[in-house]
Write a protein that binds this ligand. Structure first.
Ligand SMILES: C[S@@+](CC[C@H](N)C(=O)[O-])C[C@H]1O[C@@H](n2cnc3c(N)ncnc32)[C@H](O)[C@@H]1O
Length: 555
């Protein structure tokens, strides 16, 4: 096989989350955005011995299980969903095969598999959407929606998106029409000039309360054709939204300023244009206050299924002290608190911790405490000994140095909730090496039409009496090959992309490693001669790389 050449083959399987595998001329080819059983035409983009990467050009024939129709009118272009032609039952089957296949490779011994639980809603299930401003083609009219499949620059206007409530589509359409008419510029990724960045819409599934937040730069000069001040422009937008016929009602209309280079919805300061900067949602009979930038499960009804599974797996909590690590706005803590003796939540985002405290008070729960900080550090300060632990870390999983601290508590049962099976697999290796065994596992589909799924695992201490046996555990005892030297270049790149939206090269990572005094292969990525010029890592990317180093405990 050769780079740039076109080949046809049948997709054998799709590994989590979106990695199609086919064999052509005895070589393994990896291609995204395909389904098992499809015959596809691909062009080779990267050639390595034994493994090629390719880009999909054309689906020559569909898989037997596919439907002829796409569910959504935007499906051909929008990069948001990947399973538009698969009936929902087939989506569940595929996710189950992928995740079980991956985890069964690392799980030792027998366990009870409780199957995949479907999302109660398969459309309009999201309570949050972040739309980006841009254009569909270079220098085209203003667009507002999702990134075009496979494109970093082009945006598809998704005004009939099936994942959100019709109210959110109405807000999108009205916002786009208003700023188009006013001829307002959007932030160009290449020149970093322009005003409009994102529209964040959150809508409580049970309460119907809506929060709309317009994210812009502070570049107001020459960013629109008219003579309005920024205040007047935003007042006009607010009035348009308030006049919309919606089934829900606005809790708040906000304006957030963000001048960062990163393509992520970040917050440099938020002004309330109408109402308040939070809304309420209800889950399992409890009320939760949610602020624009704190974590809250995006599928409210799916979250009830997820939390119910956690409650069932953790078992009897009466008279027990529970740690809810990575607690967000305190949802799991509060669902367990009515029965438990005490629940301690630990969460890194202060805004979420404040909301968790308010939520607990609102729900009349006085036996929960929430601590703001990094789990890695907070565990050293906590004097309380838990009886049970719930872990619900972000996509990257648990920090490798936090895992031994968690294991050392020696609790009888832990429940691990994961949105990324690959990081769960990595952490399960360590947890099993620390004396835990997987007792039960279930999948909960919170993301119909996409490749994502939540996994819930019950870990138990098995036969070991944790009160009598002190677990001697150190990083050296564990298989930490994945974390040698902190993290691989790919892990650092993935972390930076996910957390700041920036793409960084091996060259930039090695430059910052040298600056931080971290060992780098002696000549790795050094210029070939003294006068050869290498691009230098820009400050914004340096900051993001340093944050990744910190996360992986490298500095
Ligand atoms: C998947 S969310 C789970 C939140 C919550 N359990 C829920 O269901 O709503 C992960 C949470 O971990 C928090 N987080 C990320 N890194 C952290 C760290 N190092 N220490 C503490 N919390 C962290 C995030 O801010 C986020 O709220």
């Amino acid at each position: 096989m050769k780079k740039g050449e076109i080949y046809t083959g049948i997709v054998e399987k799709v590994d989590f989350p979106n990695k199609g595998i086919l064999h052509i001329e005895d070589e393994k080819v990896v291609v995204k955005n395909v389904l098992p059983g499809q015959t596809v035409e691909v062009v080779v983009t990267k050639q390595k011995t034994g493994k090629c990467e390719a880009r999909l050009l054309n689906v020559v024939s569909r898989a037997a299980c596919e439907t002829p129709e796409r569910a959504c009118v935007h499906a051909a272009d929008c990069g948001g969903c990947s399973y538009q032609t698969l009936p929902y039952e087939e989506q569940l089957k595929l996710k189950e095969e992928q995740v079980k296949g991956l985890l069964d490779e690392v799980i030792r011994g027998e366990y009870q598999y409780d199957g995949i639980k479907a999302s109660p809603l398969t459309s309009s299930y999201r309570n949050k959407m972040e739309f980006s401003f841009g254009d569909e083609v270079k220098d085209g009219p203003l667009a507002l929606g999702m990134h075009k499949r496979g494109s970093f620059y082009d945006i598809v206007t998704v005004d009939q998106c099936l994942l959100v409530h019709e109210d959110c589509c109405r807000i999108l359409r009205a916002t786009l029409d208003y700023f188009k008419e006013k001829n307002v510029s959007f932030l160009k990724k290449t020149s970093h000039r322009g005003y409009l960045r994102h529209l964040l819409v959150r809508r409580g599934m049970r309460t119907g309360e809506i929060l709309a937040d317009l994210v812009t730069t502070t570049q107001t000069a020459d960013s629109w054709a008219g003579k309005e001040t920024e205040e007047e422009l935003l007042e006009g937008w607010k009035q348009i939204l308030l006049a919309l016929p919606l089934s829900g009602s606005f809790a708040g209309i906000l304006h957030t300023k963000n001048d960062s280079l990163a393509d992520a919805v970040l917050n440099d300061g938020t002004d309330v244009l109408y109402g308040q900067d939070y809304f309420y949602e209800e889950l399992l009979g409890l009320k939760f206050k949610i602020t624009p930038f704190s974590f809250f499960q995006t599928n409210s009804l799916g979250a009830e299924v997820l939390y119910d599974t956690v409650r069932q797996y953790i078992g009897d909590t009466s008279g027990q002290k529970v740690f809810d690590l990575y607690s967000g706005t305190g949802t799991i803590a509060q669902i367990l608190a009515p029965v438990a003796e005490h629940v301690t939540g630990v969460e890194i985002v202060e805004e979420a911790v404040e909301a968790a405290r308010e939520n607990a008070a609102l729900n009349g729960l006085s036996n929960c405490d929430f601590i703001a900080g990094d789990v890695l550090k907070v565990l050293d300060m906590l004097e309380e000994q838990p009886d049970l632990i719930v872990l619900d870390p972000p996509r990257d999983g648990i920090h490798p140095k936090a895992l031994p601290k968690i294991i050392r508590y020696g609790v009888d049962r832990m429940v691990y909730v994961s949105c990324k099976p690959t990081s769960l697999a990595r952490d399960l290796i360590v947890l099993q090496a620390g004396g835990y065994r997987v007792e039960r596992m279930a999948l909960v589909d919170m993301f119909p039409f996409t490749g994502h799924v939540e996994t819930v695992v019950l870990l138990s201490k098995g036969e070991v009496d944790s009160k009598k046996i002190r677990v001697e555990f150190s990083l050296e005892d564990m298989d930490m090959s994945e974390f040698q030297d902190g993290a691989t270049y790919t892990q650092i790149k993935d972390y930076v992309l996910e957390h700041s939206g920036l793409k960084v090269s091996n060259l930039y990572i090695s430059q910052i490693k040298r600056k931080c005094g971290i060992e780098v292969g002696k000549n790795y990525n050094l210029p070939k001669s003294e006068d050869s010029r290498q691009p230098m890592c820009p400050p914004e990317k340096e900051k993001a790389i340093r944050e990744a180093f910190k996360y992986f405990g490298m500095i």
